[in-house]
Design a protein around this ligand. Sequence first.
Ligand code: IPD
Ligand code: CA
Ligand code: CA
Length: 267
Amino acid sequence: MKQTGISYLCNMFKSFLLDTIRAAGQVLLEGIDQNFQVDHKTALNDLVTEVDKHAETLILERIRSHFPDHALLSEESGASQQTSIYRWIIDPLDGTVNFAHRLPICSVSIALEKDGEVIMGAVYNPFLQELFFAEKGKGAYLNDRAIHVSQQDDIQQAFLVTGFPYQWRDMPHDPVEVFGYFIKQGVPVRRLGSAAIDLCWVACGRFDGYWEHYIHAWDVAAGALIVREAGGMVTDFSGQPFQLNGSQLIASNGHIHPQLLQAVQTA
Ligand code: IPD
Ligand code: CA
Ligand code: CA
């Protein structure tokens, strides 16, 4: 059957995205055992390594050579000048603190936005060889296997994950209060250190819910689509659909969302 223009474009973007994220993952895989330089950014443990920069350079060069008109937003280089209906949103290494300590819970995250809406995204953990992918309206996949969120509907039985910002002195909500609220009730909460992996592990049902008080578009652009396409829900702390220019995010299997939302609002 002949492909329409749109499906041809989407297939081309998909194969470009998957090739590129695998190549960037290889940079992480080869870099983790090397002696790499580590620099500090905005806060004491807000780090960037040489490997973050190598992976980012590889991704940006590939996008610029294949799609020179497309706009870019990437963690270490910021936003490009182009105006385009397409924008690539990139975190070349999500989980840098883990990586700097040789803890292999880290990923590459790349999303493609069209007209302000994420239409495709992938997250790759090369150490586990787990490649998550979703395209809007077409479901979510882990290494080509369709994935779905969990069925857990009781927050007391839930398995949760969260993340903490590098500093939160001036923020209105206290992430430790919410963490403590669940821990005091005996609800297990993990802190893995890669927001992109946290989201993907909600999408495939390993976790039932995730929240974070201060994230950036590059941390979650791909992961949020993957959760939604796996049947989950992604909102801000007031329960409105999460927008990429927002900083607070709750993702869940949908069943525990009201309980998670209430806890985050009241703790
Ligand atoms: C960080 C990770 C972490 C989250 C932080 C992010 P980075 O990204 O996703 O899990 O808690 O808010 O900044 O710095 O490793 O790319
Ligand atoms: Ca990140
Ligand atoms: Ca990063």
